[in-house]
Ligand binder design. Structure first.
Ligand SMILES: *Cc1c(COP(=O)(O)O)cnc(C)c1O
Length: 387
């Protein structure tokens, strides 16, 4: 296919690929439910044999995901966690070591610390923005560095190309969880990363109605390892869910534009509000890594965190008074969600860990939806007035 732009790839690629192998002349990729496919002769298997190994609907999605992330290979999984598990199983063996960004998604830390730890895998979580700390944390058995940029909930960035250059000298693979910015706004493989993972449950689906995850890779050998683990462990995405993600991806570009447009305005509004202490959004010029954000991504995304003045009491009153924002975990849907990390998404951290991570009881996280910005601001205004 020609070198089309993101918007065109999002709308057309998943379907165009699939049409070639179909008789039906469907405009939209159908949901192929058949769990097995017939052979014309004993020595003539078709392109698909068994649903766990591959399925036409999932295949169309994987082609779409690879094109969007500028990758040679993509794999669709039943969840972001299943995708992460496949990456870890493909690369690590007993005795290996991982370096993680200290502000990683809690589920990733839990997977490494409480599941892979049982199989002899160890991990250190460090501030990867400090080159000396990063260098010191590298061990002879370090195989992976796991990054997010921006992180959750404090919107810290990692310089993907600078870190890749440092760790590649030691033969370490760079994994980037690109859930927050999506391939529409950031392509870590182009910046030097080796593997990209996504929780597609967030912006790929985009409508808060489908659990899914993905892995994208350029290297042929690595991708063969992932394919082997995907088929062996079986955490694949179902045909129906593949269809839902394909459907969601068509509007990824326009949704991301709308999320970001609203997020910028909301961040600026919050920054000026007298009841707000601090706003965390990479698109604000006073974000400490604003220049890096502009350099390595095409946008700043739709996630904002802020500290409210008045501590837990104020946070509770504010969250309880909102009418439009929905009090819920997760992110990336068209509807605006709001939550309290210390009591909700990050409640599994101990008090000390929360303090160390900078998650105070005043902190509030917003997944900015695509409603009209004036309605969102008016809702926050009336909720601030209730404190
Ligand atoms: C939600 C999330 C995950 C986990 O994905 P699931 O689809 O819920 O399994 C991983 N990383 C990030 C950054 C997330 O937000």
């Amino acid at each position: 296919m020609k070198n089309y732009r993101n918007e065109t790839i999002a709308v057309r690629f998943g379907d165009t690929v699939n049409q070639k192998s179909l008789y039906s002349q469907d405009v939209v990729t159908p949901i192929h439910l058949s769990s097995t496919n017939y052979w014309k002769q004993i020595d003539q298997p078709g392109p698909y044999e068994y649903i766990r190994s591959q399925n036409p609907t999932r295949h169309a999605l994987e082609q779409q995901l690879a094109a969007l992330e500028h990758a040679n290979h993509a794999f669709a999984f039943a969840s972001g966690q299943a995708a992460e598990t496949a990456v870890l199983l493909s690369i690590l063996k007993n005795g290996d070591h991982i370096i993680g960004y200290d502000d990683l998604y809690g589920g990733t830390k839990r997977l490494i610390n409480s599941v892979f730890n049982n199989f002899g895998i160890s991990a250190n979580y460090v501030d990867v923005t400090k080159e000396d700390i990063l260098e010191k944390s590298i061990r002879p058995n370090t195989k992976i560095i796991w990054l997010e940029s921006p992180t959750n909930p404090l919107m810290k960035l990692a310089d993907i190309s600078a870190i890749s250059k440092i760790v590649h000298k030691h033969g370490i693979l760079v994994v980037v969880d690109n859930t927050f910015l999506t391939p529409y706004l950031q392509n870590p493989l182009d910046l030097g990363a080796d593997i990209v993972v996504h929780s597609g449950t967030k912006y790929f689906g985009g409508h808060s109605d489908v659990l899914n995850g993905a892995v994208m890779i350029n290297d042929k050998v690595l991708s063969d390892q992932i394919r082997h683990v995907q088929n062996s462990t079986g955490g694949v995405l179902s045909p129906f869910d593949s269809y839902l993600v394909l459907r969601g991806l068509k509007t990824l570009p326009i949704r991301m534009e709308a999320h970001e447009r609203n997020a910028r305005k909301l961040a600026e509004y919050l920054q000026k509000h007298c009841k707000v202490q601090k706003v965390f959004y990479p698109g604000l010029t006073d974000h400490p890594q604003y220049e890096l954000a502009k350099k390595q991504a095409r946008g700043f995304g739709g996630m904002i965190s802020f500290e409210i003045r008045g501590g837990l009491d104020a946070a509770k009153k504010f969250l309880g008074s909102l009418e439009l924002f929905i009090l819920a975990e997760s992110l990336g849907g068209v509807e605006s969600l709001i939550e309290h990390p210390a009591l909700m998404t990050h409640a599994s951290l101990t008090k000390e860990e929360q303090i160390l991570a900078g998650i105070s009881e005043s902190l509030i996280r917003v997944s900015v939806g695509i409603e009209h910005i004036d309605d969102l601001i008016e809702d926050m205004n009336q909720a601030f007035d209730c404190i």
